[in-house]
Design a protein around this ligand. Structure first.
Ligand code: SAH
Ligand code: SF4
Length: 399
């Protein structure tokens, strides 16, 4: 089985006119059925000279059995299995490295894409749920100085199928490790777009992925849309567009400061869209979905963790459908910033809560395996030569 398993050697890059920020032309990943809605898969199968229902069969193999290996598809005529799998189920992810901790409850996967780009995902098992943190881009162009993924810049957007394949690989890993005789396999129940990249900067492919992840089999994986969380740095027009999609996914806004002066530095895109505009768009999203917006806030010593900032944050959010998720900063090597002093976090929580705003401190599972997205990629590419060049430090969410 593939996404990380055997080498099918059938990746066919598509040519495209896309270019990365350096102006270099990039190819696109090969077409995969997870890029397409079911009707388009049926059309693609018809073009290949087969009956449309073959698309449904292929889709069931991928979305319900998590396989893309032709030999597993015994309900398809032997003569067409390989050709169809070749055309519509090309291998997108190759396992580069895998690390586990917490007695196997946290598993970090590093994937190599068809063009050599590396992305990461993390699978976290809790007693009552399984959460997967996925990447939406290789790298990120937003340049937040505390985030090492941002330091390395953007390589490219992931395709819809490359995003979905990370979750299919997670499902496959869970199925493979399920206890013999267990009544039901464990399944991925929650997905957070908090891996590498800014999901709203890859809008079209993100929306495709949300549909593929939440549409019922055979159209998709059938994971409740309410259990998906899109985390954004605050791209206002994209948040507004997302509101129009009438989804039920949760929105997380990485705020990190209650005042524009600090946020301009911590989140450079704030120079374009100020806090008031970002929150305005977030409240409209909350009103339209009825879902509480998660406000992400990495506590950085003496930069954004002062009591007065906690009070300002509390008063900004009071009365709104919001929840604050405080994250102890995971410092990037060489960074001038570090996590808050002991006690500062507790004081921050107390002050925010005193405004009637729900607040929790985020789980930091997986730190000992570079559980933070981006770090493992840096180890493999050797980008860690200069400490400040090491990428990624995202923490694992408490979702
Ligand atoms: N680009 C999106 C989603 C990926 S980042 C966003 O920024 O929201 C996922 C989360 O990890 C964000 O809340 C981000 O601010 C946080 N993060 C990044 N680097 C971090 C670090 N060094 N310490 C703590 N949190 C970090
Ligand atoms: Fe990109 Fe998010 Fe990192 Fe900022 S915090 S650089 S938006 S991945």
């Amino acid at each position: 089985m593939t996404v990380g398993g055997q080498d099918k050697g059938k990746s066919k890059a598509r040519q495209s006119q896309d270019s990365n920020p350096n102006g270099a032309e990039v190819t696109r990943p090969p077409r995969h059925l997870a890029d397409l809605p079911l009707a388009e898969r049926r059309a693609a199968v018809t073009e290949l000279g087969e009956k449309p229902f073959r698309a449904d069969q292929l889709s069931r193999h991928y979305f319900a059995r998590y396989t893309d290996a032709a030999e597993d598809m015994t309900d398809l005529p032997a003569g067409v299995r390989a050709a169809l799998a070749d055309e519509l189920l090309p291998r997108l992810l190759t396992s580069e490295r895998e690390l586990t901790c917490d007695n196997g409850a946290t598993r970090k996967m590093l994937w190599r894409l068809y063009d050599g780009a590396l992305v990461e995902s993390v699978l976290m098992k809790y007693p009552d749920r399984v959460t997967m943190c996925v990447s939406s881009q290789a790298g990120c162009g937003m340049g937040c100085p505390f985030c090492a993924t941002g330091q390395a810049g953007l390589t490219r957007n992931l395709s819809t199928a490359e995003i979905v394949a990370q979750v299919v690989a997670g499902e496959r890993a869970l199925a493979a490790n399920s206890r013999p005789g267990a009544a039901r396999n464990e399944r991925v129940s929650n997905i957070v777009f908090m891996g590498m990249g800014e999901p709203l900067a890859n809008y079209k492919n993100l929306i495709g992925a949300i549909h593929r992840l939440s549409d019922p089999v055979p159209a998709g994986l059938g994971i409740s849309q309410r259990s998906l969380t899109v985390s954004t740095v605050g791209l206002v027009p994209a948040i507004r567009r997302l509101t129009q999609e009438r989804l039920t996914a949760r929105l997380a806004v990485s705020l990190h400061a209650p005042d524009d002066e600090a946020r301009d530095e911590l989140v450079p895109v704030n120079r374009r869209w100020k806090i008031a505009e970002v929150l305005d768009a977030a409240w409209d999203y909350a009103a339209s979905t009825g879902r509480r917006v998660s406000i992400e806030y990495a506590l950085i010593r003496d930069i954004n963790d002062q009591p007065w900032r906690a009070d300002l944050l509390g008063s900004l959010l009071a009365g709104h459908l919001a929840h604050v998720n405080l994250i102890p900063l995971n410092p990037t090597p060489g960074s001038k910033w570090t996590a808050s002093r002991p006690g500062a976090g507790e004081e921050f929580v107390r002050r925010v809560a005193s405004h009637g705003v729900p607040v929790t401190v985020r789980d930091t599972r997986g730190r000992e395996i570079d559980g933070a997205c981006g770090q493992l990629a840096a180890t493999v590419t050797g980008r860690s030569v200069g400490p400040a060049r090491r990428t990624g430090t995202h923490l694992l969410p408490l979702v």
